[in-house]
Structure formats: structure tokens, C-alpha cells
Write a protein that binds this ligand. Sequence first.
Ligand SMILES: Nc1ncnc2c1ncn2[C@@H]1O[C@H](COP(=O)(O)OP(=O)(O)O)[C@@H](O)[C@H]1O
Ligand SMILES: [Mg+2]
Length: 325
Amino acid sequence: MGQNMLEVRHLCASFFTQKGEVKAVNDVSFEVPRGRIVGIVGESGCGKSMTVRSVMRLLKYPGKIVSGEVMLDGRDLMRLSGREMAAVRGAEVSMIFQDPMTSLNPVMKAGKQVSEAVRIHQHVSSEEAKRRTLEIFEAVGIPEPARRYDSYPHQLSGGLRQRVMIAMAMICRPKLLIADEPTTALDVTVEAQILRIMKNLCGTGTSVLIISHNLGVIAQICDYVYVMYAGRIVEQADTFTLFEHPMHPYTCGLLNAVASLRLGREKLDTIPGVVPNLLHLPEGCSFSLRCEKCSGICASKMPDLMKTGEGHMVRCHLSGKGGES
Ligand SMILES: Nc1ncnc2c1ncn2[C@@H]1O[C@H](COP(=O)(O)OP(=O)(O)O)[C@@H](O)[C@H]1O
Ligand SMILES: [Mg+2]
């Protein structure tokens, strides 16, 4: 049994549009060790959702996986038939999204949706499915589980809906839970509760991959973090190292934004500029156009991901050689 629940190697996924190939995921490699929580962070549009949808093989046309390997518990998901992959979804890998309203059926009672999922995947009687559903509602902190079981999604608050989604994702005890911006629609108190629930789930043996544009969220729960920019990993480190010794100017920019939020500053320290159009990436480092440290080589050559310390990698000409940034 390998040490990693999920191993993604050299994943490339693109949108094939009339204007050309949009390389949304560009040679991305990462791993989620067993029973650990790993985060991918980056601004909107940098390819996070594309990355995890590729893992689930759920890309929508004109998106397509171009190459790469996705190993789940030692099995290459890219080689499975469509039918085998469908069996993996829900049973071995579950996913929760930012807006539960789009993934819950609006005309079906919340409890019924979860117990149906159990019935389908685990072939148990409807009484047993209901019993397990009430149990997991309790576990994810849904008050008055029996009453909520009979509520329709629109009768629940955003926080409760997200708990129902987590219950649904967890009830079949997946090996891996993928959460794409699971708390973005919630206020910070509810966000903290949801993150705590996910952390507890991890204690039961499930590995978690969490996606967020917010480093603050990542800091609360992740063991290890990948920073993504314009379709590539630009820095990776354990959470402590990333926060204490960020090397990539982009990571530093994300950290400043979190810090100014926490300090309640009126004006957020955002990173100037926007994520470049993936159809027209600059010749050299993708971040060079926004980077205040940009120098000659940065504009002409894409830096490799270089090791700067134990478990710490950075894709920057200036920081990669051990210089402080
Ligand atoms: N249907 C589409 N056609 C072309 N490009 C797309 C399409 N959907 C998304 N993209 C591009 O793919 C990139 C990655 O998107 P996504 O993975 O959703 O980013 P994130 O989740 O990090 O916000 C974006 O820059 C976006 O412009
Ligand atoms: Mg996204």
C-alpha cells in the first residue's frame, strides 16, 4: 500500500476553443498522502477547478485532458472505462462544490437525497439508509436531524445545505474527498465550523483535497499547500513553511491580501494586475507581468520548479536559488 492516496503526475488539460488551445492545467503534479489534508490555492481563473475536474474525469466540452497520470490508491483513473470511472465517483472519491444549491435536487427532501446515495452505492434497505443518514447528519452538526431530513434544500440555510452536501459526500466513506471552494458562499463563522467538520472527517481515514482562492481557509486546515498560477504550480510546501517562509512573489502577494483582511484594513493589499489570458501567456514566467521583482531572464524564460528546502519547491528565477523574497 503506497503512502499516497492520490498522485497526479504531469497533468495537462486544455480547452480547445476557436481561438486556440487554452492550457488551463499545464504540467501539474501533486499528491495527497493518506489521511492528510492538502490544499490548492490561487486566484480565480488559475485552473484549480479544471485540475480537480480532470481528476474526477468530469471536464465539460470543449475541455479535455491532454496527458498525465492520476493514480488513486495505486490505480490509474485515466485507464478506467467510463463505467468503471462512474463507480469510482461517489464511492471512492466524493466531491463537494461551492454552491450546494446547484448540486442538490431542489424538489427532493434533503434527507432523501442522502439516503438515496447510500442505497445506490451500498445496496442497503431504505430503513438502514435512513438510519445512516440521520447518524451522519448528527456527525456533521445538523441540529434536529429528523426534522431536517424532511426539509427541502431551499428551506435550509447556506451553512446547513453545505453540511448536507458534506454528509452526502462522506456517507459512503470515500477514500478521497475533493472540496472545491466549499466555504466561499458562507460567512466566516459558518466557514470555520465547516472546515472543522472536514478536519474531523480526515481523522476517520479519508484524505482531503481542498481548493480555495483564500489562503486563510487553507491555513486553517491543510497539512500541505500547492500554490497555482496561470495553470501551473508555482510553489509548494507544508503549511507552516509556506506561511513562515514564502518564496514566490505571488505567494507573498496572496499572504499580504490575507494579512490586510485580518487587520481590517480599509483597502485590501491585492496583487496589482490580473491573471493573464491563458491564450496569450508571456514568453517567460507567467507572473512576470505583475511581479515587482521581474528582471531580464524572467521575461524570456519560464523557470522550473526548483527545490529550496525539504518538501519546499518554488518556480521563480530569483527565489529558487535560495534568495529571500
Ligand atoms: N468553457 C471554457 N472555454 C475556454 N476557456 C475556459 C472555459 N472555462 C474555463 N476556461 C478557462 O480555464 C481557466 C481555468 O478555469 P478554472 O479551472 O475554472 O479556474 P479556477 O477554478 O482556478 O477559478 C480559466 O482561465 C478560464 O478562462
Ligand atoms: Mg474554480
